[in-house]
Every structure is written in C-alpha cells, then in structure tokens.
Design a protein around this ligand. Structure first.
Ligand code: SS9
Ligand code: ZN
Length: 627
C-alpha cells in the first residue's frame, strides 16, 4: 500500500534576517537534516516520492480570512524594514520575502498527502514542511506558523472526499491553538494536543490550553488538551496518555482519517520542550495510530529544534509508517506524579462526553486542581540529555509464516512452513520450527491453526525457556496450560464468562461482555509495554465475544511489542479468522470496529476496578495521582 514522502527543497529557502532570540531556532537546517537522515537510512527510497504543490487561495481560505491572506500576499514585495514591522503584528514569528511561497507549498504538501492517501495511492505518509502551521489562526501568524497546514488539510479532506470524522493528534510540545480555534465548535473534528503548560506560564500562555477547555457548543468534548505542568516528561508519561486518554477516545470517535501535527520538540534534547522522551517513542506513537481509520494517516511536520533529536524522531516515525516493527520500548517505569495529575484531570473533564471515560475518578472542576503542585522534582538534569543513537534495525526479510493444513490456501503475504509426512507430529514440529525462526529473527511473526490451543501454548512455552512471553488469550476456555508463574510469562485472558481469580501478578483474567477495545488500550497495552516481552503469543479459541475488526486491531496493536514478534494460535473452530489474522500480521491495515462499540457501564466499571487492583504491580496502569 505504500508510504508517501512529501518534500521540496524550496521550503528551506527562507530564514530569519534579523536578530530575534525567540526565532533563531527555526532554521532551514531543520528540514535539510531531517530529509538527509531519511535518505541516509534508506527510508526515503522506500517511500513513494510525492511532489508538493502551491495551495490555492481557496484552499487557504478554508481556514483563514481574506484580509489576512491579502496581507501575507504583500510580504514578498516588502523591504526588510516593512517585513520587521509586519512581523510585529504577531507573536514569535518572522517573515521573509520567500516565506509566503514556502507557506503555500507547506499547505500544498499537506493537501498532496491527503490526496495520495484518500485516493488510495498510498496507505499513509509524511510531509516535511516549513513553515509549520498549528499556531496560525484565522487572521494571525504565530509561533513560526503562517498558514495552518493541518487545519486546512482537515477541512479539505472533508470537502473534497466527504470524510466525516477527522482525528487530529498534535504531539508537538506546544499547544496548537490555531487548530483548536478552527474546530472548537465542530464535532466532526476531534483535536487532541499535549503541551508544555506549566500552569499557564509557558508560551503561548493561554487559559484555552488547559484540560478543562473541551470545545464549545456542539463541539464540546471534541477538544482534548493535556497540559504538562512540569518539564522532563518521559516515554512512560507519553505512553500513559495514549493508553488512558487518546486511544480509548479515538476508538470511540472512530475517525475516517487521522492527521498528525508531527512536531518533535516534544523529544529529548529540544531547547523548547525540555522533555525527556526519546526519539523511539515516536515509532510507538505512530504505530498505535496506524490502524485507526483503516490506516489512513497523514503526518505533517510542525516543530522540532534539536537537529539530532528531530532527525532521529522523523526517521522513527517514517519507519513505523512503512510498517517496520517499532524498536523495543525503553525505560517504562510508569508516569510521574505531575503527568498522573494531568491524566486524571483530562479524564475527569471528559467523562461526560465519552463513555470510555465515564468511570474516571471525578475531580472538582475548580481551577485550583491543576494549581495543586505535584510532588517530586522535575527530572531533568544535563546528564539526562544524552540518549542512545537509535539502533540500525533490519526487519526480517520474510514477514509472516503460517502453519496451516494443506487443504487451506496459504493466505496472501504469508509463506507456509512445510509439514512432515506424519500428520500426528507434523503440527508440533512445524510449530517448533516456526518458534525457532522467530527466535533467530528470520521471520517477524507467525500464525498456526491448531486443534488444541492449550497444548500448543504449552508446546511454545517448552521451546522458549529463556524468553519472556506475553500470552494473550481470547475466548472462553478453562483449560489453559499450567502456566509458569515465575515471571517468564505474563498471561492476560479475555473472556465473557467469569474466570479464576488472579493467581499472581502474572495471571490477569479479564471478564468483559463488550468494551474490548477499551480494555485493549487501557489495560492490555500498559501491561504489555511495561512487561516488555521477547515474544507475544496471541491465542484464539471459540466462544469469543471479540469480533473480527476488534481482533484485527488487537493483532495490530500487539505488533508494537517484542520487535514485532507475534505468534498467533487459532483453534480449528475459528478457521474463518486465519485470513483476517494473516492480513493484519503481514501489515495490512485492520478494519475499524465502528463507532457503536462503546462499552457498557458495567464493563467499564469492572475494568476500572481491575486496573485499580493491579496498579501497585503495574505502574503504567495508573490514571490518578496521590492526592
Ligand atoms: C523561544 C520562544 C519561542 C515560539 C515557539 C513556537 C514553536 C512552534 N524561547 N516561542 S512549534
Ligand atoms: Zn512546537
């Protein structure tokens, strides 16, 4: 299906022409180093090169006022003094005789990307652009931004392709107030942003950026602001927000298109953000969004001012878009107190809008709540600002191996592990061969249709004595094998029937009727990420309440773990799932569960109780601070 890369050198051809300490960081090199890194790593060559175009006036007028557009149109003819004076109308932005041209190309790049994705030319893509867009407003430039690339792209997609719901994920470290204002009363666009806030002391210092600003009128609930009130946020903090806020709501919203305001000033080393999340977190954030909207995801560059951290983060984002497994996650000790407070506040502010959050702990809506200073110190020191160079990873040449009977057609994109003559032993020896190949990284993932899942699991455990295995079981079965309880396996069992009480930290029964996507996001993912398995063993037995699209989503999400090493065991009665499973394992986008999969009240309540019980052992499950 392919990944588009939209870039044009022309967007490097403007720069700051006078002294302004607020603007020195926004340089042409931001784009050149990012693009060069994509070329050097071979990632650019794997993408579908997609030309930029100039946005038309009509495109720009989708978001901006005629007066503002006409004013910007005059800047190419201005003298240096005129430009300086014009710049003074706005905050933290500069103009240059060529910036209007570049701004039209930046918008046009985002629109070309939307075109490529919406026409099915590619599955997803990234646009490397300057100037960024998310701060610019209807009639104002702001924060290095001239036109709002992503907001225009959202309106354009809705207008040209009749896209109904658009999710905009703004992981830049600044609040994209321009995007928020463009859609604040619009329930068809869900805008999510996290941002350095420090109780309104950090630029752009707006009251509108706090967690209790949720949108207006019909759009109430469709703006989600996660303020970071301390610097030094780490991978765990970002991942916790995805698991406990963004993903559950995104599945409930069920977007037709995902746009990412992909700013990388939220990564370690950035002089603006001063956060400590490492570039590889972006491989995971991207991966986690890649199966929403049938895989239609457009990432558009925003900020990012440390050239090393920026270019690494761009590469890791594109790597995920291309379908490579994300690198093993690093230092997931759980979120810090300040992050937990933010998470709790956002979940509480949104509980009346999203059924997945209706059992979130209630917090008083008074504005003192965020003002309560979190315990613990910010965790940044100079020494923390060193991070390892992302490993040069080589995905295995072969992707998906299958152990299936001869009479079943080998699914597209898979190769069959040959069987021996003796039918009785053949499945087991083929399965052993498959596990061996996974361990040697000769294949990425695998699939086996077996007559007895329980025996097959025991067999796999027997062949992986030294590995940490995450076993995820879906369906009603009493006969799970005697699982090792030494921490070498973590078992999460989803069933609609009541199950055993948890026997230990490493056996987690989940009894739910519906609401499986919510459980996958806010229970399974945090557990899995924190456990950091070497192998994911996903099993499916009959009597399951998980439909095909939920199953495919699960298969997709779990591939973010264990370097993508997922082995799926399907019990014979569930033969119909072989095709859809193989399709997800070989990287095709999962189908969407649809907006009606909102969980029932009892399920959410049960889930919250279970999560609460497990939080002492599994810190990534936490959703509230100590207050
Ligand atoms: C410099 C202040 C710069 C504006 C930042 C805009 C970023 C856009 N110390 N403030 S992503
Ligand atoms: Zn930024």
């Amino acid at each position: 299906m392919g990944t588009a890369l939209v870039f044009d050198e022309e967007m490097t051809r403007y720069k700051l022409l006078w002294f302004d300490p607020a603007c020195v960081i926004e340089t042409p090199e931001r784009l050149t180093v990012s693009h060069e890194a994509l070329v050097r790593t071979g990632l650019a060559a794997r993408c579908v090169p997609t030309p930029v175009r100039e946005a038309s006036d009509d495109d720009i007028l989708l978001v901006h006022s005629k007066e503002y557009l006409e004013a910007v149109k005059k800047t190419p003819y201005m003298t240096l003094d005129d430009l300086k004076e014009f710049t003074l109308n706005y905050g933290d932005v500069y103009f240059h005789p060529n910036i209007y041209h570049c701004a039209k190309l930046a918008v046009g790049a985002a629109l070309q990307l939307v075109d490529a994705v919406m026409t099915g030319k590619v599955r997803n893509g990234m646009a490397l652009v300057r100037p960024p867009g998310h701060h610019s407003m209807r009639s104002a430039a702001s924060g290095f931004c001239v036109f709002n690339n992503v907001a225009i792209a959202a309106k354009y997609a809705q207008q040209k392709y009749a896209v109904q719901r658009v999710l905009i994920v703004d992981w830049d470290i600044h609040h994209g107030q321009g995007v928020q204002y463009a859609f604040e009363d619009d329930p068809s666009v869900l805008y999510f942003s996290w941002h350095r806030y420090e109780h309104q002391e950090f630029w752009p210092k707006l009251r509108d950026s706090d967690y209790d600003c949720v949108g207006k009128d019909k759009g109430a609930g469709f703006t989600i602001n996660v303020p970071w009130n301390k610097i030094g946020m780490q991978n765990s903090d970002y991942l916790a927000v995805f698991c406990h806020v963004l993903l559950p709501v995104a599945y409930e919203f069920c977007p037709d298109l995902v746009l990412v305001c992909a700013g990388f000033d939220s990564a370690i080393g950035d002089p603006e953000g001063e956060m400590c999340a490492t570039p590889d977190i972006f491989a995971h954030l991207t991966h986690l969004l890649m199966n929403l909207a049938g895989g239609k995801l457009c990432a558009v560059l925003e900020g990012g001012y440390n050239l090393t951290s920026l270019s690494q983060s761009v590469c890791l984002t594109v790597q995920s878009l291309l379908g490579d497994p994300p690198p093993r996650p690093t230092d997931l000790q759980g979120p810090c107190q300040s992050a937990l407070e933010s998470i709790q506040c956002v979940r509480s502010a949104h509980r009346k809008y999203w059924s997945c959050l209706q059992h979130a702990v209630q917090r008083p809506p008074s504005d003192v709540s965020t003002k309560l200073e979190a315990h613990g110190e910010a965790r940044v020191s100079k020494a923390d600002l060193v991070w390892p160079q992302p490993a040069r990873h080589l995905p295995p040449a072969l992707c998906t191996a299958a152990v299936i009977p001869e009479d079943l057609l080998c699914p597209l994109g898979c190769f069959r592990i040959p069987r021996e003559q003796d039918v009785a032993v053949s499945t087991w020896s083929s399965l052993a061969a498959l596990v061996g190949r996974l361990q040697r990284n000769e294949i990425r993932n695998g699939l086996a249709l077996v007559s007895d899942v329980s025996m097959a699991m025991a067999h796999v455990f027997g062949h992986t004595p030294k590995q940490r295995v995450l076993a995820v079981c879906v369906g009603d079965t009493e006969a799970l094998p005697g699982l090792p309880e030494d921490g070498k396996t973590l078992t999460v069992h989803f069933s609609k029937e009541a199950l055993d009480k948890p026997r230990c930290k490493y056996y987690i029964p989940v009894c739910l009727k519906k609401g499986l996507m919510q459980a996958a996001c806010s229970l399974l993912l945090p557990l899995s990420y924190q456990y950091d398995p070497d192998l994911v063993l996903l099993t499916r037995v009959p009597g399951s309440h998980m439909d095909q699209s939920e199953w495919q989503q699960l298969v997709g999400l779990l591939q973010g773990l264990a370097g993508g090493h997922v082995l799926v065991l399907i019990q014979e009665g569930e033969k119909a799932l072989v095709g859809p499973t193989a399709s997800s394992l070989s990287g095709s986008p999962a189908s969407s569960p649809g907006p009606l999969s909102a969980p029932g009240a009892e399920d959410i309540e049960a889930l919250e109780r279970l999560k609460y019980r497990l939080t002492t052992d599994w810190k990534l499950l936490q959703t509230s601070g100590e207050c």
